[in-house]
Design a protein around this ligand. Structure first.
Ligand SMILES: Nc1ncnc2c1ncn2[C@@H]1O[C@H](COP(=O)(O)OP(=O)(O)O)[C@@H](O)[C@H]1O
Ligand SMILES: [Mg+2]
Length: 303
């Protein structure tokens, strides 16, 4: 069940991936991982998202129409398409954030490994924890320490986490986000003091601290300089070993570099809903798309 985190923790005990996923992190750890620490951070397996006939509305306005797609685990799926075609709206429907907008509505079905995330019995907060989100603008709590920024999600989700366990999760998450070496000597300093690229990696560390199964990223590099962008792209490529990843980008080089699968969205005219035009292996979408619309867009002949 989506609401039952404890069940998922048990599963990790026998999962070889849980071990290997952390191998590189224990190498240079100052303290060895204890068994309690390992238990607090279950290895979860990435999951498949199935989207069927999804329509998304803001009040009477339909922003997205009829999207059906399968998002595969351990792959990076890029969502591309011109501004306003509904990429952000669609992304936010994958972890029930869309409904947080007053008047917003979802029709259709979204399942995570077969479980309907919109089922009335499912807790939307649990969905958002399992399916984490990284936003366009890095949004750390600026005055909160780097350490507390990463631990923030844990505080909400597990009331009784020991200091040792927390230290372990914070270090592992920062290592996982390729940020540990840069911040390990100033964990008590405010998150707002980091550079833009570091802040975005801090937000990724915060998202992975709660061990999600899916990571949704909405143009995670759009506020970053080219060097920071490459660092985050490298990180995304590595994170797919553990998570199902969906990245919205309007940067086509980025989609080409960083994704395995690309989904192209478009709209017929302003005011009409956006829809999925086609989806396939990234290389195919960029070199040999099936639809002319896609070809025009990826070859820059759009608009
Ligand atoms: N909160 C909102 N209320 C009403 N309309 C919205 C809201 N957010 C986005 N929209 C509209 O939905 C459509 C899709 O927007 P969006 O998902 O942000 O597109 P993209 O991310 O592809 O640029 C646009 O027409 C946009 O104006
Ligand atoms: Mg957007």
């Amino acid at each position: 069940m989506l609401g039952a985190a404890t069940k998922k923790q048990k599963r990790s005990d026998s999962e070889p991936g849980a071990e290997t996923g952390r191998g590189e992190m224990s190498e240079s750890r100052p303290t060895p991982a204890t068994s309690t620490e390992a238990a607090a951070v279950p290895g979860r397996r990435a999951k498949t998202i199935e989207v069927r006939a999804v329509d998304l509305f803001y009040g009477d306005f339909q922003a997205v129409e009829g999207v059906t797609m399968t998002i595969e685990p351990n792959k990076v799926t890029a969502l591309i398409g011109s501004s306003g075609c509904g990429k952000t709206t669609f992304l936010r429907s994958l972890n029930r954030m869309h409904e947080l907008t007053p008047g917003a509505r979802v029709q259709g079905e979204v399942t995570l490994d077969g479980e309907d995330i919109y089922d009335g019995r499912v807790d939307p907060v649990a969905v958002r924890r399992l399916i984490g989100m990284v936003f366009q603008q890095p949004n750390p709590f600026p005055t909160m320490s780097i350490y507390d920024n990463v631990a923030a999600g844990l505080n909400l989700n597990a009331k009784k986490v020991s200091k040792t366990q927390k230290d372990g999760v914070v270090e592992r998450s920062l290592r996982g986000a390729h940020l540990w070496e840069e911040v390990k000597d100033r964990l008590d300093k405010p998150g707002g003091g980091l550079s833009g690229g570091q802040q975005q990696r801090l937000c990724i560390a915060r998202a992975i601290a709660v061990e999600p199964e899916v990571l949704l990223m909405d143009e995670p590099c759009s506020a970053l300089d080219p060097v920071a962008t490459l660092a985050v792209e490298d990180l995304i490529a590595e994170l797919k070993n553990r998570y199902t990843i969906v990245v919205v980008t309007h940067n086509m080089q980025q989609a080409a570099r960083a994704s395995d699968v690309t989904a192209f969205f478009n709209l017929d005219e302003t005011g009409k809903p956006g829809h999925l035009v086609e989806m396939g292996p990234t290389e195919e979408i960029f070199t040999n798309p099936k639809k002319k619309e896609t070809e025009d867009y990826v070859s820059g002949r759009f608009g």
